[in-house]
Write a protein that binds this ligand. Structure first.
Ligand code: SME
Length: 188
């Protein structure tokens, strides 16, 4: 794990990673950065690592890994749509995730059914919240919408702290999902 602020002499992230870490795959801890900058750094690394990748599982796994370790979240990963009724767990990092979630249930199923990002500052106040890990206190779920308009997955992130996520997270993660949605849907 590297902290990018420890090496400010490189102009670009790639230069930093290649010169200072000798590999573009080093994990970057962005917790000390302002949120927008943190997402910019991680998005740039994601582009660098995944530029030519088209495999949806490889992309989901890499997105989950970079976000999870970058921010030190409790759980970060995808639930994939399996037909119109259920989400099934996909690539993730963290503690054991629930295997499947009905569309329309919980935070994930609500985001998928309503096709919108859910920011939940306190999961105890979300009716029907599904607790895969009792340590989770706040959560954000962003739908992944394919070019044909179908919700093909949701990105779910859980935090051990209350009110971890806000509009900056929502906008940055929506932008990341919309950029990768064609490839995550196997249409890119
Ligand atoms: N809390 C989610 C379930 C998934 S876990 O957090 C990994 C929900 O209410 O949909």
């Amino acid at each position: 794990m590297v902290t990018i602020a420890q090496s400010p002499r490189c102009a670009s992230l790639r230069e930093f990673l290649v010169q200072d870490c000798e590999m573009a795959e080093s994990l970057i801890d962005v917790r000390h950065l302002p949120k927008r900058e943190a997402y910019r750094v991680l998005s740039e690394q994601l582009e660098s690592v995944c530029a030519d990748e088209r495999d949806p599982v490889a992309l989901m796994a890499t997105i989950a890994c970079l976000l999870h370790h970058g921010f030190g979240h409790l759980w970060t990963g995808f639930y994939r749509a399996d037909g119109d009724r259920r989400l099934v767990v996909g690539p993730y990092q963290g503690s054991l995730g629930c295997m499947d979630i009905a569309i329309g249930r919980g935070v994930c199923g609500t985001a998928a059914a309503e096709r919108r990002t859910m920011v939940v500052p306190d999961v105890r106040e979300f009716p029907g919240h599904i607790a895969c890990d009792a340590r989770s206190l706040s959560e954000i779920v962003v739908p992944v919408i394919a070019p044909n308009g179908r919700v093909i997955a949701v990105l779910d992130i859980d935090s051990e702290a209350l009110a971890t996520f806000d509009d900056d997270d929502a906008r940055a993660l929506e932008s990341m999902m919309s950029r990768y949605a064609p490839r995550l849907a196997g249409m890119g």
